[in-house]
Each structure stands twice: as C-alpha cells, then as structure tokens.
Design a protein around this ligand. Structure first.
Ligand code: ARG
Length: 401
C-alpha cells in the first residue's frame, strides 16, 4: 500500500475532498500538485494552495507548464489538425499527458510511491492519467479515490461541508468544467439532455462583444504559429491573443454527442475559439504548401492521431511514429492565412506562402496560361481506358447486352 501520494489537484470539489478522503481512509500523506495549463484564473498558491492544505495535504506544489504545454503538446496537435470525431480539438485530452509528466516528476522528487487523480470511473480522463503514468513510470501506483468512494455529487458536497472543505462557485456544483489554453469543456447539469439548449450562462470564452468585422492574419513557420497581424508572438501569448480576438465574435462553440473511450455517448459543449481558429488557418495553409499525395495521406492519418490522443495514448509508439510523419510534412508549411471575423463567424479569406505550390501560370484561364493543353487529350484517354474497355465489353456500351 502506498504511503505518500502526489495528487493532481485542481482546487475543485472532487480533488479537495480526495485530499481528505485519502488521508483518512487510505492512511497516506497527500501532496497536492496544481498544474497551470492556462486555466481561467490561473493557479495561485495563496488561493487553491491554502485550500489543499486546509483539506489536509502535507504539501502543496505548483507547476506552471503553459509554455511546455503549448510547445510540446498543443503544437504537435495543431500540426496534425487534431479534431476528435471531426470536431473536438482535444482540450482536456491534451492536458492530461503534460499533467502526468509533472505528477511523475513530483512523485520521484518527493519520494512518493503513487500518484492520484480525481477522475470518475465514467470518463476518459482516468484512462489518460493511468495509461500515461504506466508509460512514464511503471514503478508508481495510481490511486483513483473518486472512482472508489461511492459518493454521489451531492454526497460529495455534504462531505466537504462536514469536513470544513471550502468549495467555491455555485457553478461548480452544477457543471463539470475543464479548461486550458486550448479551450474549455462544460459538462453536466441541464446539458445531460442532448436536446436541451445550453444555458447562456455556461459560456465564458465566446461571449459576443464585438460588432465590427475585422481581419486577423496568422503567420506560421514550419507548421507552428508565430505571428498575429505581422507581430511575432511567443506561443502562449499568441494562443491567448487569437482566442480573445476570435472569442469576442462569439465564434468557437461546439455542441456534440461524442463517443467516450469507455463506451458511453456523452453530450459535450465546448468553447475553443483559439484552437479552432488556429486549426482552420493551419489546415488552410497546408492546402497550398503540401503536395497532393502528402496532403491526402496526412488527412487520412489525422483522425487516427486525434483518436490516439483522445484514448489516452499520447505516450505510445504509434503516436510517436505519427509525430515523425507529421513533423516531416511541415517543412514547407510557412506563410500567412487571413481570417475574417464578424459576429458569429470566422472564415479564411486568403493564404500565401513563399513555398506555395499554387502556380498562377498553371491555374489561370487568362493569357498568361502556360498549361500544356495538348497533353490532356492523351492523359484523359488513358485515364479512362479501363472504363472504356469495360463499357464496350460488359457495361453500357456492350452490344451483347
Ligand atoms: N469529453 C472531453 C474529453 O473527454 C472533456 C472532458 C472534460 N473533463 C472534465 N472533467 N470536465 O476530453
């Protein structure tokens, strides 16, 4: 049995109760680790650290991993245009592996023999925490108190009251919210009915405030976003800038029923102005910089890549091999994409690159045309030759029929 545990601590209800519950019921020392991945309000030692200590943690640690998260987790996902089931940019799924990396490090640094998370048994996050831990540190145990304690959400709130554990906003009692630089997930409450319209109060990153349309030009270097409107920005600031601009037009919401790894269909609402806009722009830049066969093969692999991340396989050999492919594909993905923002909308209205494969002289119907029209006759004839043969002998043109 574990003696000292590092818990991934969010400051919310479940993980606060988990500190106390593990201390009392498992006889372990709990070290709370809060990982800053760019969630609203950040992670402050004064505020949530005190809450962890009040709940009974022997120590509280903070890791600000925003830069690492953006560089080593969000960037690869962006290069792969990773959207789960074609729509969800993997907000929570991407943060779990970076959190685990720091949990494992803290466990080793502080002589802990286990890590713990506050996930339920119904979700994807438990899968991501546990599989990632097994991949990085097979020597560590993983504890999942919330999965085992058998308390409902209401009972959990009562437990918190009984043990003097402060819980914050009332919203926290209604919804399960997870957010970071890549966006925000809102679950539970009325939204558990897939027909119910999400109440207007659940949105925070996509509250419309701008009425005047504007353009936003995003610059990329080898698949990595590097500038906004010509101004070079470090990654974290760039993601925040794009998110604030796009979100102010009320764009970036997702309302979907998705397939969880554990087999449950789940109604999910997200707001992801930054990630959706960046993926839109990045994929568009690829349309002029990737050669046709490379582009097609890449777009076949992208959904698989997104599934691996969703399914907790960030640290896995297939994901690693796909990363090598995706990285190799990005060498020429350098250039700019213009997004046009207007209330409720974000659209690409232009793209350019020094490596563009778009050849005006080939594409134009004007006088500058250099395309060899005469080549097409033989090409098309041979392209259709097998169909022509089939039609004549067996198909619509066969005289025997
Ligand atoms: N359904 C999303 C996913 O599996 C979001 C999960 C959000 N987590 C949460 N604790 N609210 O990635």
């Amino acid at each position: 049995m574990a003696k000292r545990v590092v818990l991934a601590y969010s400051g919310g209800l479940d993980t606060s109760v988990a500190v106390r519950w593990m201390t009392d019921n498992l006889g372990v020392e709990v070290i709370a680790l809060a990982v800053d991945v760019g969630q609203e309000g950040g992670v402050s030692a004064d505020d949530i650290g005190q809450r962890a200590l009040d709940a009974g943690a022997v120590d509280f640690l903070v890791a600000d991993v925003r830069e690492e998260f953006a560089r080593d987790f969000l960037t690869p996902a962006l290069k792969a245009n990773a959207l789960y089931e074609g729509r969800y940019p993997l907000v929570s799924a991407l943060s779990r592996p970076v959190i685990v990396k720091h949990l494992v490090q803290a466990a080793h640094d502080h002589g802990a023999d286990a890590v713990a998370h506050g996930c339920t048994g119904k979700g994807n996050d438990q899968v991501r925490f546990e599989v990632s831990t097994r991949a990085l540190a097979p020597d560590l145990d993983v504890l999942a108190p919330v999965r085992g304690w058998g308390m409902s959400r209401e009972e959990c709130i009562l437990y918190a009251y009984d043990h003097n554990i402060a819980i914050t906003a009332t919203k926290e009692k209604l919804y399960s919210i997870d957010d970071n630089l890549w966006g925000r997930a809102i679950e539970c409450g009325e939204m558990e009915d897939p027909w119910a319209v999400p109440p207007p109060g659940v949105w925070s990153l996509t509250v419309p405030s701008e009425n005047e349309a504007r353009d936003l030009v995003i610059g990329f270097d080898a698949g990595v976003p590097v500038s906004v409107d010509g101004e070079a920005l470090p990654l974290v600031a760039l993601i925040e800038t794009v998110g604030a601009a796009v979100g102010s037009y009320g764009w970036g919401r997702i309302d979907m029923v998705e397939n969880r790894r554990v087999g449950i269909k789940s109604r999910e609402t997200y707001e992801c102005p930054a990630s959706l806009a960046l993926i839109l722009a990045h994929a568009d830049l690829e349309s002029i910089t990737l050669e046709r066969d490379l582009a097609r093969e890449k777009s076949r692999l992208e959904p698989r890549y997104a599934e691996l991340i969703y399914d907790g396989l960030w640290f896995s050999p297939l994901k690693q091999a796909l990363d090598a492919f995706v990285d190799e594909s990005q060498a020429a993905v350098t250039g700019e994409v213009r997004l046009h923002l207007s209330p409720g909308s974000c659209q690409v209205t232009g793209r350019r690159s020094a490596h563009s494969l778009y050849d005006y002289a080939l594409a134009t119907y004007d006088a500058e045309d250099v395309f060899r029209h005469e080549d097409s006759a033989g090409f098309v004839r041979l392209w259709g030759l097998s169909v022509e043969t089939w039609a004549a002998r067996q198909g619509p043109g066969a005289s025997a029929r």
